[in-house]
Ligand binder design. Structure first.
Ligand code: UDP
Length: 332
């Protein structure tokens, strides 16, 4: 049996492939390397470079890799800001790409898919912690396309006997414990890697977006979840589907919120660097608080986050960034 990982050269995809290989699974990767890196491809996975919008390419892979029983789908664009200035890019890659993928899966009789969704499907939360049954009203194109993808799986699943698990991540962060792979976005927009650019000498100070939220120190609260814990949830979700269980949606977070200032303070402790911070205005589209209830993933999938401690999360990120200051770039 093989598992096909779409987007297996990206941040969460590559960590999931490493986790699958650590379990001895046979893994096939498809990635167009638009935002992924060849260096992040696990050396023992079979890698096909190409785009999921290309049906002929997908057919070729499915015809060659006849052992594929399940797909894990990370192949999407995921920057909130970009999705607001270039929404059609998101409709094209995220929705049209998934449409072509589903066509190919139906044609090749592949029945199971685990899919990376997002807390952005909820929009402004109606309560904290957020439950899977809460209102979904995205406030950006990225979240809207992910929600539409979930619905596409639902209706295609009903018609063609395909089952899916949608995993709604909160704030993915950290890096593989080995320090071999980690987070590398270009441009980088995420808080922890941006903070770590300060001790790396790549940025003078971290900007804090808004100090006037109704939170304990006025800065936004997020639920930071280690990428390796996310990876484990995908493996459990594949097993859940292979066991014949019904389609389902799960939140993935630690259920604990940290303010931006708390994250900066923890990074100071981990790196031993003073990391100056400057207060800026709010960033558009940022809800004050996002905290997951992941009770459902724990009870139904048996998921248990093992790297919930923020200091440990930042330590793994620091191990990666300090040894790869230019990500997968040539100056490493
Ligand atoms: N943030 C910040 N400065 C930065 C980047 C992010 O203050 O340079 C804040 C952002 O406003 C949010 C939190 O950090 O409240 C996490 O942002 P990130 O982009 O990492 O993830 P998001 O919550 O948008 O998925």
């Amino acid at each position: 049996m093989s598992i096909l990982v779409l987007g297996g050269a990206g941040y969460i995809g590559s960590h999931t492939v490493y986790a699958l290989k650590e379990k001895g699974e046979d893994v096939v990767i498809i990635d167009n390397l638009e935002t992924g890196y060849k260096e992040a491809v696990h050396p023992e996975a079979r890698f096909y470079e190409g785009d999921i919008r290309n049906r002929a390419f997908l057919d070729e892979v499915f015809e060659k890799e006849t052992g594929i029983q399940a797909v894990i789908h990370f192949a999407a664009n995921s920057q909130v800001g970009e999705s607001m200035v270039d929404p059609l890019k998101y409709y094209d890659n995220n929705l049209c790409g998934t449409k072509v993928l589903l066509d190919a899966m139906v044609a090749h009789d592949i029945k199971h898919i685990v899919f990376s969704s997002t807390a952005a499907t909820y929009g402004e939360p109606e309560r904290i912690p957020i439950l899977e049954t809460d209102r979904t009203e995205p406030v950006n194109t990225y979240g809207e396309t992910k929600l539409s993808m979930e619905k596409m799986f639902k209706w295609v699943g009903k018609a063609h006997g395909l089952t899916y698990v949608s995993l709604r991540y909160f704030n993915a962060c950290g890096a593989h414990i080995s320090g071999q792979i980690g987070e590398a976005h270009n441009p980088e927009t995420h808080l922890i890697p941006l903070i770590l650019q300060v001790p790396l000498g790549q940025r003078e100070a971290i900007k804090i977006f808004g100090e006037d939220y109704g939170t304990k120190d006025g800065t936004c609260i997020r639920d930071y979840i280690h990428v390796t814990d996310l990876a484990q949830a995908h493996i459990l979700a594949v097993q859940y589907l292979l066991d014949g269980k019904e389609s389902n949606i799960f939140n993935l977070g630690n259920g604990i919120g940290f303010t931006v200032k708390e994250v900066v303070e923890t990074a100071r402790k981990v790196t031993g660097h003073p990391i100056p911070a400057v207060i800026e205005g709010r960033r558009a589209g940022d809800p004050a608080q996002l905290i997951a209830s992941s009770e459902k993933a724990k009870t139904v999938l048996g998921w248990k986050p093992e790297h919930a401690d923020l200091e440990e999360i930042i330590e793994t990120a620091w191990k990666w960034h300090s040894t790869h200051p230019n990500g997968y770039g040539k100056e490493d």
